[in-house]
Write a new protein. Structure first.
Length: 346
């Protein structure tokens, strides 16, 4: 028997639609399914909206139940006021957000109670040379969303002033912890802010941060990643003791990506150019680590060819390569590569 799309039952069709953007449903299936308008109007289809163009706002939005929109990706400003009526959202991506705190103000239906994924691109309009706490205040409110599991905070390309997280987070006394599992912060985040995030995020599995470290300071031994499985660290000022603490304090780490520059102090980088240092850290502290991806910049003056050959020969076991950084206008070297740990069958 030959089966066509018309022969599928409505439950299967609804399941198929759950993977498509609402415009794709209209453009691709409107003529195939005569009952499509009634399916959408009666709210049986969960809708994913990835635009705020005039077609959707004028022709589709008035005929659907706003609670059935579960995913909304708005790519440009201005935002339609009806965005605050999407009470059933599970995923929300907003770009060029001028006032993110306004978006996070608590009203009857907003922020959506069911929101699980949130991604914000902040367009910071603060006065230049004036301290801004906008990123910190946003993070304080976001972590209190009860069902949020995935959060991304980025700086919009049209931002007038850098978005930073440079202060400790302050939560109400009744707030105990966040349910966040994945946190991506491409804006600058200092260690004090990060320490607060870790303290209030016991379920955090995936973390991406961008920070810097002063080589004259001491790295806090209290900085601990109790449940991190995947860590992506962009760091200025990497040192051997910092690296040791990262490995030591992340016992369940499975994936580690380091995109860093090394401290200019010779003692800070000399051990990082030895494979034994990396192997010892991996074997001693992270028994579950499977992938180590490195992109580390060294500001070295010594470019003797013989020495470079020796370093590369030593790093062969890790699949790392040490070479001159042709993309940097300053005298610098870069170590890159991906180490895959072999899993032995028990």
């Amino acid at each position: 028997m030959v089966t066509t799309f018309h022969d599928l039952c409505l439950d299967v069709i609804i399941g198929i639609f759950s993977y498509f953007n609402i415009q794709e449903i209209f453009y691709s299936f409107c003529l195939l399914i005569p009952c499509l308008p009634s399916l959408l109007v009666h709210g049986r289809v969960p809708l994913h909206v990835r635009s705020n163009n005039s077609y959707f706002i004028r022709w589709i939005l008035p005929h659907i139940k706003l609670a059935q929109v579960v995913s909304l990706h708005v790519q440009s400003r201005p935002y339609n006021p009806s965005i605050f009526k999407f009470s059933g959202l599970r995923s929300l991506v907003l770009r060029d957000v001028d006032d993110p705190l306004l978006l996070l103000e608590r009203t009857n239906d907003w922020p959506p109670y069911y929101l699980e994924h949130l991604s914000l691109y902040i367009r910071n309009q603060d006065i230049p040379n004036k301290p801004s706490h906008i990123g910190t205040r946003v993070l304080e409110r976001v972590l209190q969303l009860p069902r949020l599991k995935y959060f991304e905070l980025h700086e919009s390309k049209s931002s007038l002033k850098m978005v930073q997280l440079f202060d400790q987070l302050n939560f109400p006394l009744k707030f105990q912890s966040s349910n966040i599992q994945s946190l991506i912060l491409t804006v600058y985040c200092n260690w004090k802010t990060l320490e607060t995030i870790i303290d209030y995020s016991p379920n955090l599995r995936h973390l991406q941060i961008h920070s810097s470290f002063n080589y004259t300071d001491k790295f806090s031994s209290q900085f601990y990643f109790p449940s991190i499985r995947k860590l992506y660290l962009l760091l200025d000022g990497l040192q051997t003791d910092i690296l040791t603490q990262l490995f030591r304090n992340a016992p369940y780490l499975r994936y580690l990506k380091l995109k860093c520059s090394v401290s200019p102090v010779k003692q800070a980088y000399i051990q990082l150019l030895q494979s034994d240092t990396w192997i010892q850290l991996i074997d001693t502290y992270t028994p579950q680590l499977r992938i180590l991806d490195v992109d580390i910049q060294f500001g070295l003056d010594d470019d003797k060819e013989r020495r470079i050959e020796m370093i590369n020969e030593d790093f062969r076991c890790l699949n790392f390569k040490f070479d001159f950084d042709s993309e940097n206008r300053y005298q610098s070297w870069k170590m890159t590569g991906i180490f895959h740990r072999k899993i032995h069958n028990q």
